[in-house]
Write a protein that binds this ligand. Sequence first.
Ligand code: UVW
Length: 318
Amino acid sequence: MSKDIADILEDAPSNWGRWGADDELGAVNYLTEEEVLRGVQAVEDGKTFTLGIPIGHPDGDPVWPGRSGADHYMEVDKGHFDAGKFDLDGAGGLEYADDVIYMFLQGTTQFDALGHVWYDEQLYNGFDATTTTGGLEHCSIEPMADHGVVGRGVLLDIARHRGKDWLVQGERIELEELLECADEQGVELQPRDIPIIRTGWIELFYEEGPEAFYGEEFDEPGITYSENLVEWFHEMEIPAFGTDTIANEQTVSDETETLLPLHGALLRDQGVTFNEINRLDELAADCADDGKYDFLYVGAPLKIVHATGSPVNPIVIK
Ligand code: UVW
């Protein structure tokens, strides 16, 4: 039987109440105007990178097992006009195309809302988990979408640091290695930064295909739970972090033997925003080339009412 996450995290640091009893924005509150300007100061040459993956890729989309990729279809196109299904009175020959996407909001590059994951019947800041029924009454994506997630980002290229194209199933990354990697790259991690951790894992999906990616038992590589790592996020006042994996952490923690404990310790307890399923290879190649690993990070989730998350195409400006 797996351990109880509430017992494991009993003494873990928390941000509940830090920004008031009604707060639903969490650690993104750290991203004040000063932090935005600190991000702007990291811009030197204006090079831009987008971190989103394609939505509706012909080989499918990389998603958490049990979810499905986007289903994209045409509601109206030239064929509909040629078949006489539309007659736009007064359009003078003007025609149009319309399409629809049916997808999991967590099924592409995305931000988790703070009410996406909980334990012990409570969401971030103590909201009752029953308020998620029928749509998130509290801690939906809306406060984050209203605020935006903008600050100084720092790439930590763990795949390159290990001399690999990508990490394999179950490989774990500890805090010490994140710090060593920053050191080796010659970049200083500062309080309120947005760490972007590259494992190469999403590249495996596109380069070797879904079978290699999912394997026999899905067990993603990633940062792993430790008291040190959780304390570090708290002391450094980390508002958000991104990775190129589906869930931003080792699937089953070696330490707790439970599924995704950092979702409990960081998202639910500290209100840290998770930006998942990024594609980081182009950004990483450029950072390796010019030796500059910090940048302005801009994440704009959609204002979807009562939603558990939102697709996002983060923009990085160097
Ligand atoms: C789960 O909800 C399982 O993970 P994610 O945060 O990746 O959506």
